[in-house]
Design a protein around this ligand. Sequence first.
Ligand code: CP
Length: 303
Amino acid sequence: QDHLVTSKQLSRADVEAVLDRAAEIDADPGAVADRHAGSLLGLLFFEPSTRTKMSFEAAIKRLGGDTVDMGAVDASSVTKGESLADTVRVAAGYADALVLRHPRQGAATMAGEFVNVPLINAGDGAGHHPSQTLLDLYTIQENAGLDDLTIGIMGDLKYGRTVHSLSYALTNFEADQHFISPESLQLPREVVYDLHLEGATVREHEGYEAILPSLDVLYVTRIQRERFPDENEYQQVAGEYRIDADALEAAEDDLTVMHPLPRVDEIAPDVDDTDHAAYFEQAHNGVPVRMALLDMLLGDGDE
Ligand code: CP
């Protein structure tokens, strides 16, 4: 069974196939309006979500299908002690594909062993978020191109699952990646090790000022307060990096600023009205990209 649990699974050809299909759908969404009529997408969100959940829901509905939603964890039988394995096994009998978000790293990999329908990891703790990566790559392709890319990835690189997934996927495109964070929030060493194995050069910085003028894309992330074992540790780094329109004066005019959202205070509202801001476009790209992904995973019987 095809599951999408990490961006490590994705070859350059896989990524390009999804992005090409997303572009086709973006250009003519009406052409696929009934393509998956009758298909049901199971939504299993054990953590909060706005974008991922709503855009998967929009995607399956725009393909003619519908959702079955476990709803809030505290209104489900999880509160009675049901295991994740049992929950996904049951949900797989109600749906043609599943989307799972869970606070435990590795949860999607484990869950995938119990289901016979495609399962998409919509975030497993500080692990991965591969469908976010696909829409990030789509947005980069539209704004800066994926060839000869110089990207700065800034913020919480330790707990940021969107960063982990994106950095692996970018090795397919030989992007020049710069990682900007306080020392305590650097990329996990196992991620650095894996990036080296893929041939990437990992450049780590504590400040963005020196590297900003050479970037094509600045990808900013929220500090993941909910993942810190100790609130004091969070308070030591909270608000450490904040980009505003003044700071971006030092950047190239065509710098693209991205953020997976939600933001707290990492990007000042005065950036929203600049030509740099691509984060709302990025969020909207979740629909065509997830339509493409679902279309490919659901197939039509012979794909
Ligand atoms: N980018 C992202 O995963 O947002 P949500 O947490 O709102 O789904």
